[in-house]
Design a protein around this ligand. Structure first.
Ligand SMILES: [Zn+2]
Length: 393
């Protein structure tokens, strides 16, 4: 598992649409095949987005200083054609910007002298600047993200009527109809019937090798696939490496779309998703619906000691990973994560022994859960009756 993880780390950022992401997909497909699985490349089309130059954001007034800032994935551009372009204007506070249906960030407008909006700045309230996706889709306007300290300064300057002015550039373009792929491994059986899906996304944000998010989850999934090929379960387990998770879950949404179109959605008994194996001692289990949560709690409790790790359950499962489109369709989902916010979507998310220790723990637990879920006698619990409680526009 360690060498798989190092291999994925060594590819650098695996941003969807880049050669590194393709190489990761090929590597995972090859390894599944070597482990004896039938491998499928499930292609899907999504709105591609390419950064064409080095973005920046500078404060012009009341101090002159460059600040750390990232463009949102799917930000609009300051440039056109061969020109990076830039915008400059006064920063005014607008209100809130909800990210992923999970975080409320403060949102500011960059305005010209007439008050017209030239672009936006969203501020992460805790921690440094990180890129995120504009989960509502594309924008005509450039869209910057700053961290906690810049956010605090903007509020302070606006509060003291110092009318802060910034200048910034995001040179990027959309690439509609870009083709990505999920990599699927299935046991070679004639009629698979009901199956458990175990998944991890192999893509990363554009600025990081994604040691924890999610080279770690991918390496765990590959290890689990090898274990279950040597010592098969009674039922069927399918392994899915999703692409474009960072793109508002484009890969898992495509997977669900294909299942809906084939009419085989009800063949999926449950989904176990591995996303983010960080350095901490707290395992988050995002699980639902509640009858399934009760079952999962029982299974985890039966493992006895959890090796000094605390287990925290989150219900309903927050929408920020590939389990969400499954849950929306009423499929029981369980997502395991060692959430590591200080390095999420940061260049610092590289190699760390603590991640490896948590990966060893995660793969053992995932194996136990996958085996239990795939037992033919394992009762598929009914999906949410009154809707999932998710709002996934
Ligand atoms: Zn992730």
């Amino acid at each position: 598992m360690k060498s798989d993880w190092e291999r994925l780390l060594g590819l650098g950022p695996k941003f969807m649409g880049t050669r590194s992401a393709d190489k990761a997909a090929s590597f995972l497909a090859e390894q599944l095949s070597i482990a004896g699985y039938e491998v499928m490349r499930q292609e899907f089309s999504y709105l591609g987005w390419v950064l064409k130059g080095e973005p920046y954001l500078k404060i012009i007034r009341p101090v002159a200083r460059r600040v750390e800032a990232y463009p949102f994935l799917w930000s609009g551009s300051t440039g056109s054609g061969d020109t990076a372009g830039n915008i400059s204007g006064q920063v005014v506070y607008l209100g809130k910007h909800n990210i992923w249906g999970m975080y409320d960030w403060d949102k500011f407008a960059i305005t010209d002298e007439s008050g017209a909006i030239l672009g936006y700045i969203s501020g992460r309230p805790a921690g440094p600047a990180i890129p995120q996706v504009l989960s509502h889709g594309s924008s005509r306007l450039p869209h910057f993200i700053v961290g906690e300290s810049t956010l605090r300064e903007l509020h302070e300057w606006i509060g003291r009527n110092l009318d802060p002015i910034v200048e910034g550039s995001i040179w990027c373009e959309y690439a509609p109809g870009t083709v990505g792929a999920n990599i699927i491994g299935r046991p070679r059986v004639k009629s698979p019937g009901q199956r458990v899906v175990v998944s991890a996304h192999y893509d990363t944000m554009y600025n990081t090798s994604g040691g924890y998010d999610n080279a770690a989850g991918s390496a765990c999934l590959l290890e689990l696939a090898r274990r279950l090929s040597k010592d098969p379960v009674a039922g069927t387990v399918e392994f899915v490496f999703f692409g474009a998770e960072e793109w508002a879950l484009a890969g898992s949404k495509a997977y669900i779309q294909a299942a809906l179109e084939s009419g085989n959605m009800r063949d999926i008994k449950a989904l176990l998703n591995l996303d983010g194996v960080g350095r901490g001692d707290e395992l988050e289990v995002w699980v639902g619906p509640e009858p399934f949560e009760t079952v999962v709690q029982g299974l985890i409790r039966e493992t006895g000691k959890t090796s000094g790790r605390e287990v925290v359950y989150k219900f309903p499962p927050p929408p920020g990973s590939d389990h969400a489109p499954f849950y929306t369709e009423g499929i029981p989902v369980c997502m395991l994560t060692f959430n590591d916010q200080p390095i999420l979507h940061r260049p610092e998310d590289g190699y760390d022994e603590k991640k490896l220790q948590n990966m060893a723990f995660t793969v053992d637990l995932a194996e136990r859960l996958a085996r239990a879920f795939s037992e033919p006698a394992f009762l598929a619990v009914p999906g949410p009756v009154l809707g999932s409680g998710l709002n996934m526009q």
